[in-house]
Design a protein around this ligand. Structure first.
Ligand code: NAD
Length: 435
């Protein structure tokens, strides 16, 4: 649903915060929030309340490295909002983690939970480190130190972490254990995305990729595309990208290109995704050296002549530099923030249907919610039950976003923001402002 260009007056509200560059993720979030706030005619006090994080925690995490030296890592936990329920959001380990990114990711969690109707607020955490250069022991000590520094912040009824880039089930297990040691009892609902043996949910690992698949099919239906005649390119071959590629393939799509940090892999007749997943797993989660495909660059992948493009790697991959050259009819955003606001305008004008991140990749938090519910009940669901409920919620969210976008004659992204901001603002009005 392309927008009409220039249909919005520029926001009357002030830009919050000092950081503002074209590729600043918090700025990207605010650009969309401002448009939604304008459409909703949000009161200025509520505007300030909803765009600012309620709490920002910055921690210094000393770790004894394997060589005996002490190294200090900076950690963040941002609670953007808890109006709808306890805050929820992943923890990211990467060398370029910074406060602006974590603030944006926390806000996206608030809007994402509201879009899929999950009773959580939004949060995000991160540690500036290079996990690829750290041993398992160093990662464990870092995780335990970071967790113990946030004991008063985390809690099953307060703020619930989950995995994100470069964090996984094992790291969630260390968070659970550290929290339990301090709290003097085990409560498995403290963290989601943990191993099934520790109270994890069936289907959680595949949930984000599955949601990308469900919303892509829903988008295809709306514009009369059929999976069996559609080609797909996926950027990023980690948890989200590889599972989305596998499930879209199972639905009949021809996945002609995938990529990871090592580069892009292309086969016009369709790639063998299962074989590539096995190869990547056996090769330290890298496709480097994979032979049964032509090598292309990541930039080439984004502008291939395909029907569906799934950016599932990181922020700001589709920008003014390449948006004009994108040929896909549908972009399903597996990653958070892969498209810059400036690129949005170009894509809208071209008529590209963008299924926005806060909808397309919300499958992960939806099954995290199921996991939290199961932990609290002490009763665990079958995979079939998890998947059926996930498909239902993703489908319902897609339809609601689509209808909202149609009602306001805006893109699906702005439709999703309008829906989410309205839901959180309405809850805030009901709760009132505590004096
Ligand atoms: P991951 O660490 O499992 O995988 C990331 C993948 O992207 C890897 O294959 C990596 O090689 C690749 N990559 C990194 N930089 C790249 C580049 N410049 N070009 C091409 N490929 C590149 O991470 P993930 O969990 O799959 O997360 C990917 C994105 O999805 C992130 O934006 C994350 O915030 C978002 N997301 C993840 C989940 C989840 O449940 N895992 C949920 C919602 C959103």
């Amino acid at each position: 649903m392309p927008t009409k260009k220039g249909v919005y007056a520029k926001s009357v509200y002030k830009e919050p915060g000092p950081i503002r560059t074209d590729e600043d993720p918090f700025h990207s979030m605010m650009e969309r929030f401002n448009i939604a706030a304008d459409i909703l005619e949000l009161e200025s006090g509520f505007y300030d309340y909803l765009c600012k994080p309620t709490h920002i925690h910055i921690t210094s995490n000393p770790v004894v490295m394997d060589d005996g030296n002490v190294k200090v890592f900076e950690g963040f936990r941002v609670i953007h909002n808890d109006v709808l329920g306890p805050s929820k959001g992943g923890i990211r380990y990467a060398p370029d983690v910074n406060l602006s990114e974590v603030k944006a990711l926390a806000a996206w969690m608030t809007w994402k939970c509201a879009v899929v109707n999950v009773p959580f607020g939004g949060a995000k955490g991160g540690v500036t480190c290079n996990p690829r250069k750290m041993s398992p022991g160093e990662l464990e000590r870092l995780t335990r130190r970071y967790t113990s520094g946030l004991m008063e912040v985390f809690g099953p009824e307060k703020d619930i972490p989950a995995p994100d880039m470069n964090t996984n089930e094992q790291i969630m297990a260390w968070i659970l254990d550290t929290y339990a040691m301090h709290a003097r009892h085990t409560n498995t609902a403290i963290v989601t995305g943990k191993p099934i043996a520790l109270g994890g949910s069936r289907g959680r690992v595949e949930a984000t990729g599955r949601g990308v698949m469900t919303t892509t099919l829903a988008a295809m239906e709306r514009i009369g595309m059929k999976p069996f005649t559609s080609t797909v390119a996926v950027q990023g071959f980690g948890n989200v990208g590889s599972i989305a590629a596998k499930l879209l393939r199972e639905q009949g799509c021809k996945v002609v290109a995938v990529s990871d940090v090592s580069g892009g892999y292309y086969n016009a007749d369709g790639l063998d995704i299962i074989k590539m997943i096995e190869y990547s797993r056996a090769n330290g989660f890298s496709l480097d050296g994979y032979r049964d495909a032509d090598l292309i660059s990541n930039d080439e992948l984004l502008t291939l002549d395909v029907d569906v493009l799934v950016p599932a790697a990181k922020e700001d991959q589709i920008t003014v530099k390449n948006a004009h050259d994108i040929k896909a009819k549908i972009i399903a955003e597996g990653a958070n923030g892969p498209t810059s606001p400036e690129a949005d305008d170009i894509l809208n004008e071209k008529g590209t249907l963008v299924v926005p991140d806060i909808l397309a990749n919300a499958g992960g938090v939806t099954v995290s919610y199921f996991e939290w519910v199961q932990d609290r009940h002490g009763y665990f669901w079958t995979l079939d039950r998890v998947n059926r409920r996930l498909d239902f919620m993703m489908r319902e969210a897609f339809d609601t976003v689509y209808d909202t976008a149609e009602k306001h004659d805006v893109s699906l992204r702005i439709g999703a923001y309008v829906l989410a901001v309205d839901k959180v603002a309405s809850a805030l009005r009901l709760r009132g402002i505590y004096a």
